[in-house]
Each structure stands twice: as structure tokens, then as C-alpha cells.
Design a protein around this ligand. Structure first.
Ligand code: AMP
Ligand code: GLY
Length: 424
């Protein structure tokens, strides 16, 4: 199989690493890729929003499958453009990706199909939004409607803070993404990221992981795209997973098909779980980053047949995916100043060394300088991942590998997996 992988982050490096192990693979090309992905496969300098050029590249390499990492490509219509030329795409059409790209759409969809989620209202004026606060009690949850890189949610402790957040969002800070706000009830419980592969009709659960969204230890500091993950997460009990599949995942896939926008790819349900009862926080139309990294370390099955079946149909004919009887941990190394103003350009040493068979260091925001040095080029820069027979072993291995990377300008959390294991 010839495969084009779209994206340039740690998630895509993990996907490339796993796809490259597939006996079914003939050729893997990534666009645009990154210095880590370059060690796995050929990379071409085509950006994730260059839809026409990506379609041309898919045809040039006679791709049997295009695997799309980031939501921005989906929102730009890459899956739609590939469908026009008959290339199977792992990733939903722009219409189906609205489950992620429009919170107002996904909330209304959840209502139409009876999915368990927080009560909410969507407002497109500050007046309406302020008035709508009457129907809620603190803490208030205020969300910008569109894509806001994980920063479009404010949890406000009191009414003045809530009103300030409303004015801020509707005042243009997020551009078109903030033309509307959603106000919703605060959910209690513990969060987990659940993944399901979907082929338009069938959904197959594809692992769960817990992320750490705040920048600093003890869940302090600003929200980020995710500072580390571990899997399996004890909060995702068999009962909670079964309930999520029954009440959320299957009705969502059936609902999208019934509404004429069949969902292909991976559906990422951000869940709040309280006593085995899942509520939907949000859908995403892609793998989580860095959730994907720990799932790839744990997946024993060949990934490629699952990705192809999600794109082209036939998931129901595949055996259930097999997972290693092991835990995995991912520690994100971020550039100082992340998420607000990450410092770029500092040199990172020690990434290419041999860390052993149970450790993988995935590149996210890295670049090669002209002299060949590896430098920081983004906020989240490296993902140091390890697996082990227990979560404690996996975590110890991950932090031992972190200690061997020489990058004084970076920082990381030291308490990844704290909910399952006390730090130590
Ligand atoms: P979202 O972008 O919708 O995933 O929201 C970002 C984060 O805000 C989530 O990961 C939660 O930690 C928090 N959050 C969002 N909605 C709620 C809610 N209704 N209740 C409590 N926390 C929430
Ligand atoms: N790590 C959370 C996300 O990918 O949205």
C-alpha cells in the first residue's frame, strides 16, 4: 500500500513510526513532516492547508490511502477533495468534521441524537449571552464556537469573570471562531480521551488515554494542547467504556450517516466520567496529540488495515484491535514560554541516541538548522514516550529518557499519570 501522511507534529511522527512497521506498506510519504518523521520516511514540503497540492501529491505517489493528522486540513476540505479523485482518506469530510470545527453544530447534534452532554445555549450577541448566564450557576463554562487551538474555553468562577470572557470572545479575539459563544453547565468528574475508528457505518473503540492540559505540575498554569498522557487510564473502566460506546459513539456515527455526512476516520470523544457515567465534553475529528503517541506504543495490531478500512469501509470485517498488555506514558518537552510565547531556536542534544526498545522520542516542533543542529521550532517540541509492564515502569522509563536529553531551554511536567500513580 502507498500511503500519504499529512501533518508535522508528534502525533504524525507516532503514526509514521507505527505505519512504517506494517507488512502491508509499500511506500510512505509525509507532508510536510518534521525532522523526526524524516528518519522514518520521505517528507515533501507541502503544507497541511495546501489542499490542491496534497491531492496532486497523493496522485503522484499513487496513494492507496491518505492519513490526515490535523483538523485544519479536514476543515479546509482535504477529505472532500480526495473523494473527488477517488483516493480513500482517513479523516472526515469538512461537513462531518463539524463535530469538532463547530461547537454549536456538535452541541445541537448531541441534542438531536440524545447524546449525554452538559445543558447549554449558543448565543451570537454579548447581550444574549449575558442574559443566558441567568440560566446557569457558577462556575460558568464559556466557549468560542469555532477552532481556537484549545484556548477557546473559559471556566469563570463568578459572573463578572463570565461577562468579561463573553465580551472578550465576541469582541474579535478569535476572529470568526468567536462570532458565537456557547455557555454550558459545569460537569464534575474526571476527564478521559476516548477514540473510535469509524468507516461511515461501523465504529470500533480504539483505546483511551488521559491527557494533562495545564502547563505545570499539579494541574496549575495555563491550558495547553496537552503536556503528557498515559494509557490505559483507570477512570476508563470497562463499564464506562461500554456506556460511552452505547450512548455516545454508536449514536454519533449513526446520526452522522442519517444526516448525510457519514463519518470516516477517528472520532475523539473528550469525556467527563463520573461514577462510570460518561458525558461528552467535546468531539474532535482526529487523533489526540499527545494521546495518539501512547496508543501507538500500546497497539499490537498492524495499524494500516484499520486506517484503510476506516477510510474505504470494512471495519466490521476486521478482528478487534489487539493492545499490548502494557502501559505507556508520554512526557511532552515544551519550549520555555509555552503556551503564550515559546522561545524558538535553542539547540537540543541527545535526541538521536538509542533509548532501547521500549522508548520512543517523537518530534513535534523541531527543525534542522542549516548546520544540521536540531532546534526548537514550536511550543511543544518533543514527546518522550515509554511503555512498560506496569504504569510505574513505563513512567520511570519515560522520565529516565527525559533526563538523557540535553535541552536547558525546555520544560516538562514531572507528574504525568498522577491520577493513577502518586508522583515519585
Ligand atoms: P474543550 O475545548 O471543549 O475540550 O474544553 C477544554 C477544557 O475545558 C476541557 O478539557 C475541560 O477540562 C474543560 N471543560 C470544558 N467544558 C466543560 C464543562 N462543561 N464542565 C467542566 N469542564 C469543562
Ligand atoms: N491533547 C488534546 C487534543 O489533542 O485535543
Amino acid at each position: 500500500m502507498n500511503v500519504l501522511l499529512v501533518g508535522s507534529g508528534g502525533r504524525e511522527h507516532a503514526l509514521a513510526w507505527k505505519i512504517a512497521q506494517s507488512p502491508a506498506l509499500t511506500r510512505l510519504v509525509a507532508a510536510p513532516g518534521n525532522p523526526g518523521i524524516e528518519t522514518v520516511c520521505e517528507c515533501r514540503p507541502v503544507g497541511v492547508l495546501e489542499v490542491a497540492a496534497l491531492v496532486d501529491l497523493a496522485r503522484e505517489i499513487a496513494a492507496d490511502l491518505v492519513v490526515v493528522g490535523p483538523e485544519a486540513s479536514l476543515e479546509a476540505g482535504l477529505a472532500d477533495a480526495l473523494a473527488e479523485v477517488g483516493v480513500p482518506c482517513f479523516g472526515p469530510t469538512a461537513a462531518a468534521a463539524r463535530l469538532e470545527t463547530s461547537k454549536a453544530f456538535s452541541k445541537a447534534f448531541a441534542d438531536r441524537h440524545g447524546l449525554p452532554t452538559a445543558p447549554h445555549v449558543a448565543c451570537d450577541s454579548a447581550e444574549a449571552a449575558r442574559a443566558a448566564l441567568d440560566g446557569f450557576s457558577p462556575p460558568y463554562v464559556i466557549k468560542a464556537d469555532g477552532l481556537a487551538a484549545g484556548k477557546g474555553v473559559v471556566i469563570a468562577e463568578d459572573r463578572p469573570q463570565a461577562e468579561a470572557a463573553i465580551d472578550d470572545m465576541l469582541g474579535g479575539r478569535f476572529g470568526a471562531a468567536g462570532a458565537r459563544v456557547v455557555i454550558e453547565a459545569f460537569l464534575t468528574g474526571e476527564e478521559v480521551s476516548l477514540f473510535a475508528l469509524c468507516d461511515g457505518e461501523t465504529a470500533v473503540l480504539f483505546g483511551a488515554a488521559q491527557d494533562h492540559k495545564r502547563a505545570y505540575d499539579g494541574d496549575q498554569g495555563p491550558n495547553t494542547g496537552g503536556m503528557g498522557t498515559y494509557s490505559p487510564a483507570p477512570i476508563a473502566t470497562p463499564a464506562a467504556l461500554a456506556a460511552a460506546e452505547r450512548t455516545l459513539i454508536r449514536p454519533a456515527v449513526q446520526g452522522m450517516a442519517a444526516e448525510g455526512a457519514p463519518y470516516h476516520g477517528v472520532l475523539f470523544a473528550g469525556l467527563m466520567i463520573d461514577q462510570d457515567r460518561p458525558s461528552l465534553v467535546e468531539f474532535n475529528a482526529r487523533f489526540g496529540d499527545p494521546e495518539c503517541q501512547v496508543l501507538m506504543l500500546r497497539l499490537a495490531s498492524d495499524l494500516l488495515p484499520y486506517l484503510h478500512a476506516a477510510a474505504a469501509g470494512g471495519l466490521a470485517d476486521l478482528p478487534p484491535p489487539q493492545w499490548r498488555d502494557a502501559a505507556a506514558v508520554c512526557v511532552v518537552l515544551a519550549a520555555k514560554g509555552y503556551p503564550d510565547a515559546p522561545e524558538k531556536g535553542s539547540v537540543i542534544r541527545g535526541v538521536a541516541q538509542d533509548f532501547g526498545p521500549d522508548v520512543a522520542v517523537f518530534h513535534a516542533g523541531t527543525a534542522r538548522r542549516d548546520d544540521g543542529a536540531l532546534v526548537a521550532a514550536g511550543g511543544r517540541v518533543l514527546n518522550v514516550c515509554a511503555r512498560g509492564e506496569t504504569l510505574a515502569v513505563a513512567r520511570a522509563r519515560a522520565y529516565a529518557a527525559v533526563a538523557r536529553i540535553d535541552w536547558p531551554e525546555g520544560f516538562h511536567r514531572t507528574d504525568i499519570a498522577w491520577r493513577a500513580l502518586p508522583p515519585g
